[in-house]
Design a protein around this ligand. Structure first.
Ligand code: TRP
Ligand code: SF4
Length: 437
């Protein structure tokens, strides 16, 4: 049971299926048919899991408002792992989401001990430039946590609903954990809930694309969303008759709010001191909508629990895991394009020791970092990718040709990306960026 996901350790998550059972993450395949034109990461099963993505898919189909939110700790070089998250932010933006990106300087300050100055430099020079170069549109909001009053206020409010026991159960915090580290966790929850504040259009579905290591934050935030809300909708069962009904509970709600609710819910309802039983209302999401409207009108919160997607991590170019501390294992988006290509040429493949052997028994694309690079990043064409895979398995393709192809494509991508980064630098002031003052 040592499967505690820890966002600050660098443990490798190997067995994704455990996540489904232990943490209630659903397989992504189930929602895939509901998505109008799925992203490459979705088609290729790189995104393998989700929570509540149904509501995002529905918003994309119906044109209802929704948001995408993500955060980056300004800790070092921006690399292919960050590109995966950025690609997903941009894609959701293209699908109609309003976008929010937080630069987690509070986390870098408290966990890494970075100065604000360093956070700002890394935040802009690494993350923000690449985000824009990858297509982030200027109507999205980018902010440094420390410069964003609404996030800081919300973080403090959220902090009233979480205690140390909970934090240590989720993150393994101990007596040595600093107060600021804990505050940075509350701040991250505030990042995720902020798009639903009234000033940003109120309650709506929000998706947070992350790697599985970030799931603890989502579990915490989903719990907090419920605790902050004025009302809670529950399904109940009449113990005598066995009939199921819905109940709206509002411990902290004003009397008037409950009375207003009673007026708006059609069918047979019964008003009590602190709750309303809804005996004939068949449609849960319709009821939730009414409940949210009333909560907001009476000045309360009505957060929709945030949705999330989970993507696989690419393995390191040398085998093992990708790590920023081993530059050879990773491609930084600012690597010199020729150097990047060289890293690919030196990468570990799933090929055999001799060509002869490989022709006889074939290679193993599922254990090949060069294949992964094509799958995750540099080869857009699904058909071509499938052909390469088949040729590899059947022994008609040799690693040299893959390396050549992947290296060329990567070099091209890096060159183009870096040109776009310089362009982004010139146009930074056209973007909505909140800096720390
Ligand atoms: N903890 C994230 C990281 O280590 C950064 C982060 C801050 C974040 N706020 C967020 C991620 C909100 C997702 C959503 O990179
Ligand atoms: Fe990887 Fe290509 Fe070699 Fe197969 S042939 S192991 S896909 S590099």
């Amino acid at each position: 049971m040592d499967n505690k996901l820890d966002p600050w350790s660098s443990s490798n998550i190997t067995d994704y299926s455990k996540l489904f059972e232990e943490f209630g993450i659903s397989p992504f395949e189930n929602v895939l048919p509901e998505i109008p034109s799925p992203h490459m990461y979705m088609r290729r099963k790189i995104i393998f899991g989700h929570r509540d993505y149904e509501q995002i898919a529905e918003a994309m189909r119906t044109g209802a408002p929704f948001s995408v939110m993500d955060g980056f700790m300004p800790s070092g070089k921006v690399h292919l792992g960050h590109k995966m998250v950025m690609d997903q932010i941009v894609w959701h933006q293209e699908m109609g989401a309003s976008a929010f990106v937080g630069i987690a300087d509070r986390e870098a300050f408290s966990v890494r001990g970075f100065s604000w100055q360093k956070c700002r430099e890394i935040g802009v020079d690494e993350y923000i430039l690449s985000l824009i170069a990858l297509g982030f549109k200027p109507d999205g909001l980018i902010y440094f946590q420390s410069g964003c009053g609404s996030v800081k206020d919300l973080a403090f409010e959220l902090g009233a609903k979480v205690n140390f026991s909970e934090l240590s159960a989720i993150y393994g915090f101990s007596g040595e954990t600093s107060l600021s580290h804990m505050l940075s966790v509350a701040t991250q929850a505030a990042d995720i809930l902020q798009p639903q504040l009234e000033e940003f259009g109120g309650p709506k579905p929000v998706v947070v694309p992350v790697g599985p290591d970030q799931d603890p934050h989502l579990r915490l935030t989903r719990g907090l969303a419920g605790k902050m809300n004025m009302f809670r909708v529950e399904e109940r069962e009449d113990t005598k008759t066995g009939r199921r009904y819905l109940s709206v509970r509002g411990k902290a709600a004003q009397k008037e709010a409950l009375q207003e609710l009673k007026k708006r819910i059609p069918g047979k309802v019964k008003l009590y001191e602190e709750h309303i039983d809804v005996l004939e209302y068949p449609d849960l999401s319709g009821l939730e909508k009414i409940v949210r409207e009333v909560a907001v009108e009476f000045g309360g919160y009505a957060f929709v629990p945030p949705a999330s997607t989970y993507h696989r991590f690419m393995s390191g170019l040398q085998g093992g895991k990708m790590s920023s501390s081993i530059p050879e294992s990773q491609i930084a988006l600012t690597d010199d394009p020729k150097e990047g290509a060289k890293k690919v040429k030196r990468a570990k493949t799933g090929g055999c020791v001799t060509l002869e052997e490989q022709k006889k028994i074939g290679g193993k694309p599922e254990e090949c970092s060069v294949f992964e690079l094509m799958l995750f990043h540099v080869l857009d064409d699904d058909k071509e990718l499938l052909e390469i895979k088949q040729e590899c398995i059947s022994g008609t393709r040799m690693c040299g040709s893959c390396k050549q192809l992947a290296a060329e494509k990567l070099q091209e991508f890096l060159k183009d990306h870096q040109e776009k980064r310089e362009l982004a630098r010139e146009h930074l002031d056209e973007y909505r960026i909140i800096y720390k003052n």
